[in-house]
Design a protein around this ligand. Structure first.
Ligand SMILES: NC(=O)c1ccc[n+]([C@@H]2O[C@H](COP(=O)([O-])OP(=O)(O)OC[C@H]3O[C@@H](n4cnc5c(N)ncnc54)[C@H](OP(=O)(O)O)[C@@H]3O)[C@@H](O)[C@H]2O)c1
Length: 338
């Protein structure tokens, strides 16, 4: 049955040297879905996820995981429905999430690559956002890496995004004072609606460091860094004693992957504040995902949780949506409805 299906899929055709462009990718429809082998499942995508990490994967420089080869399928998380199963643990109709679905309409994978999702608990696409990888990232970054405590002043960049929305609400529920940093007034308004105490539009202020000082007069205790770049520089000038900086992502460097990150050097500020700066990757915490899911589940079932998605339609919109994300043009978790 599966071999009759056409599978539209995006492949990489060029390694971008600076910001990716649509012509770096090609929508290919030459392949049919392969016949299933024993132990495999065929999943039809309902939603695919668009994430900043994809930028790192399309660079020939060394990353934390092997990059995409030219003519290779672009990576993406996805959720969907099993339409054929040759594995005991799944049957047709099951709803599943795959960490690596790929930028394609159908995925054939070994069954242990998929996990069932509970769509009575939360909508299927939430397993790509607050119930999935971005939610887990927020939890471990905030509590484990940054050791957030009640009373801390927590600043978050890309605060209206997939990770940032969850960080803000987790930190607020934990008794922190939470400050959103984002690129527009509309995004800041949304952050306040979901519980952020204050917000800074980093594109509108004359001096970001002064603005952070005004909003966080006692300094920043925790900086959840989703961006790197000039926002990180401005925070460094405002660290409180024993500040913790969780380096979650460096999306502001999307146009210079593998090149030096030129800017001020702030080791003296780290020294004076006795601050700690630590990078992390969510999958380092894989053994503790159940703990995070329980915590997030409680936050969500308490009823106050709010979350914005930014959904585009159709596999055709994958490349343009990815480029929009890298240019701050998404508002909420970027998803593609297939
Ligand atoms: N360490 C991990 O395991 C892990 C896991 C998941 C995600 N991450 C990282 O977490 C960060 C957020 O990811 P997400 O999925 O939640 O994405 P997102 O925040 O939903 O979307 C990306 C956001 O990045 C901001 N941005 C883009 N270019 C920027 C620039 N030049 N300067 C400042 N901000 C810029 C934009 O927000 P504004 O409109 O506010 O500029 C944009 O909306 C990313 O850096 C990602 O790589 C890390």
């Amino acid at each position: 049955m599966s071999s009759n299906l056409n599978n539209r899929r995006w492949v990489l055709v060029n390694y971008p040297e600076s910001m990716p462009e649509e012509r770096d990718f090609r929508l290919d429809s030459s392949l049919k879905v392969p016949e299933l082998k024993e132990g495999e499942i065929l999943v039809q995508a309902s939603y695919l996820s668009v994430d900043p990490y994809m930028r790192g994967r399309i660079s020939p420089t060394k990353g934390y995981t092997p990059g995409v080869e030219l003519e290779g399928l672009m990576p993406a998380g996805g959720v969907g429905e099993i339409i054929e199963s040759r594995a005991d643990q799944f049957e047709s109709g099951d709803k599943v999430a795959l960490e690596n679905f790929g930028w394609q309409e159908y995925a054939v994978v070994e069954a242990d690559m998929a996990h069932k999702v509970d769509t009575d608990l939360a909508p299927i696409q939430s397993y790509l956002s607050y119930m999935g990888m971005p939610g887990l990232t927020a939890y471990f970054g905030l509590f484990d890496v940054a050791s957030a405590k009640p009373g801390d002043c927590v600043a978050v960049s890309a605060a209206s995004g997939a990770v940032g929305q969850v960080v803000g609400q987790l930190a607020k529920a934990h008794g922190c004072r939470v400050v959103a940093i984002a690129s527009s007034g509309k995004k800041i308004d949304w952050c306040k609606e979901i519980g952020y105490d204050a917000g800074i539009n980093y594109r509108k202020v004359e001096n970001l460091s002064d603005e952070i000082k005004a909003v966080c007069p006692d300094g920043v205790d925790v900086y959840f860094d989703n961006t790197g770049g000039p926002i990180n520089d401005a925070i460094m000038e405002n660290l409180n004693l024993n500040a913790r900086i969780a380096v979650c992502g460096v999306i502001s460097l999307a146009d210079k992957v593998g090149k030096p990150d030129i800017g001020p050097r702030y080791l003296r500020q780290i020294l004076i504040a006795r601050a700690r700066i630590q990078g992390f990757l969510v999958f380092d915490y894989i053994d503790r995902y159940p703990e995070a899911r329980e915590h997030l589940g409680k936050l969500i079932s308490d009823g106050e949780f709010k979350f914005k998605e930014d959904v585009s339609d159709g596999i055709e919109s994958m490349a343009s949506s990815f480029i929009q994300l890298l240019n701050s043009e998404n508002f909420g978790k970027k998803l593609i409805k297939i």
